[in-house]
Design a protein around this ligand. Sequence first.
Ligand SMILES: Cc1cc2nc3c(=O)[nH]c(=O)nc-3n(C[C@H](O)[C@H](O)[C@H](O)COP(=O)(O)OP(=O)(O)OC[C@H]3O[C@@H](n4cnc5c(N)ncnc54)[C@H](O)[C@@H]3O)c2cc1C
Ligand code: SF4
Length: 477
Amino acid sequence: MADRMLQFVRVAQKTPAKRDVDERRFDFDEIYRSFDDSGAGVQASRCSQCGVPFCSIHCPLSNNIPDWLKLTAEGRLEEAYEVSSATNTFPEICGRICPQDRLCEGNCVIEKGFESVTIGAVERYITDTAFERGWVKAGKPRSENGRSVGIIGAGPAGLAAADLLRRWGYEVHVYDRYDRVGGLMIYGIPNFKLEKDIVLRRWRLLEEAGINFHLGVDVGPGLPFGELRARHDSVLVATGVYQAREIGGVGSGLPGIVPALTYLTASNRIGLGDAVADFASGRLNAAGKRVVVIGGGDTAMDCVRTAVRQGASSVQCLYRRDKANMPGSMREVKNAEEEGVEFVWLTAPEAFLGDNTVSAVRAVKMRLGMADASGRQSVEPADGSHFNLPADLAIKALGFEPEDLPTAFGEAALQVNARGTLAVNRRSFMTSLPGVFAAGDIVRGASLVVWAIRDGRDAAAQMHAHMQAATTKMAAE
Ligand SMILES: Cc1cc2nc3c(=O)[nH]c(=O)nc-3n(C[C@H](O)[C@H](O)[C@H](O)COP(=O)(O)OP(=O)(O)OC[C@H]3O[C@@H](n4cnc5c(N)ncnc54)[C@H](O)[C@@H]3O)c2cc1C
Ligand code: SF4
């Protein structure tokens, strides 16, 4: 092993090439290229194979990272794929969009002094190679077990659960109000971070495994929740969080002010070849416009970078704190800066100006104050610091809250907690309704794809145990 591994003292960190900014800002293709065969092996060989792998501990899926890095360094790629896919339903997706600097790579032991192993890029390479070489197979069960589950939501949480439950022999039905599978992976996250073919090929594979997708079905108004419950032995709610946080104030209802997800969904649909009337009319198209995006998270970063690619004449991002306090991934902030986005730090919107449509955002400078109990510094407006930022399109990207599911589902007994997310038993993932489980953002609040996958897998295991116990009990009676 010593020959192959521990190369970090000799070999420098090298990430896959990032496409040149003058090229990438004019298209929606992914910005990072893939490793070539030798590049992945050489970078994997930098792993120090430490006894306590902090990378695995800080990966939400507890991936066996040192094992698949070693197998990659040794050229044993098919085995690397087996190990990597044993704990992760979508390794090629996590390899692309996990904020690795906060998770696995940020906790790599050689980070101090040598820069981390490029874990995400190797993970992506292993599974992309597995797809190319035909190693990725549909997860068909050996036999059917005669029980059926209903899953509401075809995002990463719902799909991760569906995949496992199908492998274990359940008849799996996934219901989604969208017309495509993937949740935010298909309509939220832009192509330049995650190309849609990557999501679509997973959809095909899940169908091949025998999972039944019922698309365009809005559970609640379109299909009563009680009816869905009656159809299945167990139900998983994996509906994500979709209610956008609002900005009030003078002029906030003016045309030209749009919610981030409406804007991103239109852009993703255009990329998928759909006709979008509001894009054709210009309402959701930034071309030639002065764009102001309000917010500092990953959704705001996706909006500013989409606006650049649509040909905006200028793109500004307004954030009320400073760069150090931004919630978004620093990697994405850097990419946005390279692509020409101007960040207006310590600035908050107060009003929107314009007659028939927005023409400017009235903003005020902010000062950082004392840290609160969570350690986050408070912000307060600086007197007399108002100014106007000209804008033809203002995009609100202030985060998401859960919808009111007890009302939407007509189930007053479905308990939610103070934030409106579904209350579940932490161990069993069961909600207050017997046989109804929940996972992903609808439990956790807006989070990450990798956490949704983890929760979906864990919830599936608990549903399996619950249904097996019910079968055993029935047999005993
Ligand atoms: C713009 C944006 C960018 C992001 N970028 C990243 C990133 O780079 N990396 C990362 O890790 N995470 C990112 N995230 C977060 C990540 O996408 C989510 O945490 C993750 O998708 C949550 O998975 P989920 O399965 O819980 O929900 P979702 O992906 O939201 O899926 C929920 C599904 O449920 C369906 N649904 C909802 N209600 C109903 C109903 N009543 N009936 C039927 N179907 C219903 C929805 O249509 C949707 O398909 C981003 C989020 C956004 C908004
Ligand atoms: S799933 Fe995410 S956190 Fe885990 S190893 Fe892969 S990139 Fe890192």
